[in-house]
Design a protein around this ligand. Structure first.
Ligand SMILES: *[C@@H]1O[C@H](CO)[C@@H](O)[C@H](O)[C@H]1NC(C)=O
Ligand SMILES: *[C@@H]1O[C@H](CO)[C@@H](O)[C@H](O)[C@H]1NC(C)=O
Ligand SMILES: *[C@@H]1O[C@H](CO)[C@@H](O)[C@H](O)[C@H]1NC(C)=O
Ligand SMILES: CC(=O)N[C@H]1CO[C@H](CO)[C@@H](O)[C@@H]1O
Length: 176
């Protein structure tokens, strides 16, 4: 008699479930903003845009978590980051450093600080190792980009829906 038992090993994965880009056409053109599902624990973003002026971004990062009434409520993070200070290691602000690690890994950019012209993220995703451990659930991450002009200008917002869940690997063990 062959007895099959399934052993599961759980590991947290962050799957991007939706992507919305709201660029300000005054500064950002030729926008691609697409999400492609690869498998049940991963989907990849395909983003690109053209920055018409030089940008030293201040990024407002906000995270919301869907609660039991199905509404998004602010979750821990609502911060503004001077991103070039992070890139140039003048600041080690944790959320800025995390975003820079992700961007550095997946983006193709000719100019960094100031950011300028083409920015491409042909195949990006969220690696568990690059992110802090979140509770399981549905999150919305909103990134709004501001210029460092005397009166900051809004360059646009990217909204990323994320599901934090267990990746279950099933292993087949056969015994006699
Ligand atoms: C934007 O896209 C249009 C149409 O694809 C193209 O003709 C143009 O060269 C692009 N502009 C930039 C700055 O990439
Ligand atoms: C991303 O989208 C662009 C524009 O639709 C397309 O030309 C390109 O092949 C896509 N890249 C990947 C890696 O799927
Ligand atoms: C924006 O930041 C750059 C680099 O730090 C600086 O050279 C420039 O003067 C700043 N612009 C304003 C309006 O403060
Ligand atoms: C992020 C991650 O761990 N992805 C895994 C998702 O599941 C496939 C199999 O369906 C694995 O190959 C990936 O490594």
């Amino acid at each position: 008699i062959v007895h099959l038992s399934f052993k599961s090993e759980c590991q947290l994965v962050y799957k991007i479930t939706n992507l919305v880009c709201e660029p300000n056409p005054k500064f950002v053109t030729n926008v691609t903003c697409k999400l492609k599902a690869i498998n049940w624990n991963r989907s990849v973003v395909n983003m690109s845009c053209f920055l018409r002026q030089k940008l030293y971004p201040t990024i407002q990062m906000q995270i919301f978590k869907k609660d039991y009434t199905n509404q998004f409520k602010p979750f821990l993070i609502d911060v503004k980051v001077n991103f070039c200070d992070v890139v140039q290691k003048k600041s080690y602000f944790a959320y800025g450093v995390i975003f820079w690690k992700i961007l550095k890994k997946f983006a193709v950019m000719k100019y960094v600080c100031p950011f300028y012209e083409d920015v491409l993220i042909p195949q990006g995703y969220l690696e568990t190792e690059l992110l802090p451990p979140f509770p399981k659930g549905i999150f919305l991450c909103s990134l709004t980009f501001w210029s460092n002009a005397t009166i900051p200008e809004n360059w646009g917002t990217v909204k990323i829906s994320i599901e934090a869940k267990d990746m279950v690997k099933t292993k087949k063990n056969s015994r006699l």
